[in-house]
Design a protein around this ligand. Structure first.
Ligand SMILES: C[S@@+](CC[C@H](N)C(=O)[O-])C[C@H]1O[C@@H](n2cnc3c(N)ncnc32)[C@H](O)[C@@H]1O
Length: 272
């Protein structure tokens, strides 16, 4: 969930035109730069929490939807889970695959999840906020439900709008620093904040070559902030029960003050 940190950023390698014909239907929401993503999103308590949740759920086969560069996926695999990892971002998947070839990496979206197949579907680091319309969000929740075996677990995080994370982001006027892995040259990632259009927060990321000041990319990004009630409702509508909303790393319930909320719903064991 990367709370306290600025929002993860768009892809310097984002070339939608390069998707193969069977992948053109994939809607790639711009929300990360594979080149620098792992460097500016270090391991956090949220990552430990997802590992703890999976352990508690006692699952085996896990789908990591919106896995990105596999930043967390590879740790799930190391913990002994069987992983299927899906993301529409072709370059992110390519990078992820180079980290661990034993994981099944798929360029795709929730429509690629096999029905009745997984013990858990996870979406980490606020993937839930990239689905900007009610329709696209409800589709993902329904696809996750269909993909789970009866008794299966759906777990994901989202920033809590009542905690107003953007107020902190907007105070930080310094760039993130990263290194271009191929040249070793320093990069700066600058963020400009436009603000809300409805419940969608709009901002712009610029990746610059630190030494020359050359702009490598300038990208608009959008993140939706849904209330806990809206998310709870969408889970219930899809059929999930025993819905939990955790607000800290000790499994305590979320409140208005929680920066981020981790949702956990279960597919009824009577589902077919
Ligand atoms: C902030 S990153 C999170 C990556 C990873 N889960 C992590 O923990 O680091 C958000 C990810 O959502 C992915 N994404 C965008 N649109 C998507 C969609 N329609 N279906 C699934 N994932 C999507 C992006 O490509 C990106 O990798």
């Amino acid at each position: 969930m990367k709370d306290g940190r600025r929002p993860a950023s768009a892809s310097v390698f984002s070339h939608p035109g390069q998707l193969s014909s069977d992948q053109r239907h994939l809607r790639k929401e711009p929300c990360m730069i594979p080149l620098v993503y792992d460097q500016i999103n270090r391991w956090g308590k949220d990552d430990d929490f997802f590992l703890a949740l999976l352990k508690k759920a006692d699952v085996e086969h896990v789908a990591d939807l919106g896995c990105g560069t596999g930043r967390l996926t590879t740790h799930f695999a190391e913990a002994g889970y069987r992983l299927t990892a899906i993301d529409p971002h072709e370059e992110a998947i390519e990078y992820a695959r180079s980290k661990d070839r034993s994981i099944l990496w798929i360029v795709g979206d929730s429509s690629q999840l096999q029905p009745n197949h997984f013990d858990a579907v996870v979406m980490t680091a606020n993937v839930a906020q990239v689905f900007l319309t009610d329709c696209s969000w409800q589709r993902v929740v329904s696809d996750a439900y269909a993909a789970l075996k009866p008794g299966g677990h759906f777990m994901f995080d989202a920033r809590n709008p009542t905690a107003k994370a953007w107020e902190q982001w907007e105070k930080d006027l310094t760039p993130d620093i990263a290194t271009d892995p191929s040249s070793g040259e320093p990069l700066e990632i600058w963020t400009e904040y436009e603000g809300f259009r409805g419940d969608v927060y709009v901002f712009y990321e610029t990746v610059k070559h630190a030494r020359t000041g050359e702009t490598l990319i300038h990208q608009k990004m959008e993140l939706i902030f849904r209330t806990q009630e809206q998310i709870h409702e969408s889970l219930a509508l899809a059929g999930f029960s025993q819905i939990q909303a955790y607000g800290d790393w000790e499994f305590r319930p979320a409140t208005e003050k929680s920066n981020s909320v981790v949702f956990h719903g279960i597919k009824s064991s009577r589902s077919v």
